[in-house]
Design a protein around this ligand. Structure first.
Ligand SMILES: *[C@@H]1O[C@H](CO)[C@@H](O)[C@H](O)[C@H]1NC(C)=O
Length: 260
């Protein structure tokens, strides 16, 4: 309720100003999630589980992060949260680095994504762990089937199209191949791993990494989602706030009349 009033006020303040159109979409997405009870509850759960850094061996790290619990909470967020809202958080389009940094931090990467060491392992390591995992393996196969370009082509994408690719990508978050944005100046994504130290299996390693980084099907799906995002979020928040705008308008008008 208080939040709705705040949003409505903010809306009044911003209407007609140029900043309204080029605002931070990741902030918009976070606000839309906050306004939805289920999204907000699931997000609070993973934030509480994912604070702090991961430590080796599944012990709680500094700040109490147990990676397996954090990842389970993230999987629940995507499995049970409203996709329009969870996907808006995950795929919000950014122009500046402040927005991109926020997007990179969305899923508490110190616990869910990187570490516990300082140097990322070879990508063959998470790949092999995923292939041995009953949870991860089908999700990775679905990601390959729905997001990888056709063999021998760089940009012929699976026919089911972008929305399915985004859904299965989101399904990888919280597995041993959890991907994230790599920096705050691009939209490149990958699991936390590299291919420098992969010896004679370099090609296999690069092939896995290319599923994520500069994959034209995944990048295209993210861009297509982003071009629809403002209308998606408006639909989500409309039920919450827009009716209040009218009486706030009336109140503002009355207050102005009193002043004049
Ligand atoms: C972007 O990332 C760099 C390197 O990690 C960091 O130094 C910088 O503070 C980040 N920018 C923002 C706006 O957070």
């Amino acid at each position: 309720m208080a939040h709705c009033m705040e949003s409505a006020l903010l809306l009044l303040l911003l209407l007609g100003s140029a900043s309204f159109t080029d605002g931070n979409r990741c902030v918009d997405a976070a606000e839309a999630c906050t306004a939805d009870e289920r999204c907000q509850q699931l997000r609070s759960e993973y934030v509480a589980r994912c604070l702090g850094r991961a430590a080796p061996g599944g012990r709680p790290g500094p700040g109490g992060c147990v990676r397996s619990r954090c990842r389970r909470a993230l999987r629940r967020f995507f499995a049970r949260g409203p996709p329009a809202l969870t996907h808006a958080l995950l795929f919000c389009g950014c122009e500046g680095s402040a927005c991109a940094e926020r997007r990179r931090q969305t899923f508490a990467p110190a616990c869910a994504f990187s570490g516990p060491g300082l140097v990322p392992p070879s990508c063959l390591e998470p790949l092999e762990r995923c292939e041995r995992s009953r949870l991860c393996r089908p999700r990775l196969l679905a990601f390959q089937a729905s997001c990888a370009p056709a063999p021998g082509s760089r940009d012929r994408c699976p026919e089911e199209g972008g929305p399915r690719c985004l859904r299965v990508y989101a399904g990888l978050i919280g597995t041993v191949v959890t991907p994230n944005y790599l920096d705050n100046v691009s939209a490149r994504v990958a699991p936390w791993c590299g291919c420098a130290a992969s010896g004679n299996r370099r090609e296999e390693c690069e092939a896995f990494r290319k599923l994520f980084t500069r994959n034209p099907c995944l990048d295209g799906a993210i861009q297509a989602f982003d071009s629809l995002q403002p209308s998606v979020l408006q639909d989500q928040t409309a039920g919450c706030c827009f009716p209040r705008v009218s009486w706030l308008y009336a109140l503002t008008a009355l207050a102005l009349q009193a002043l004049l």
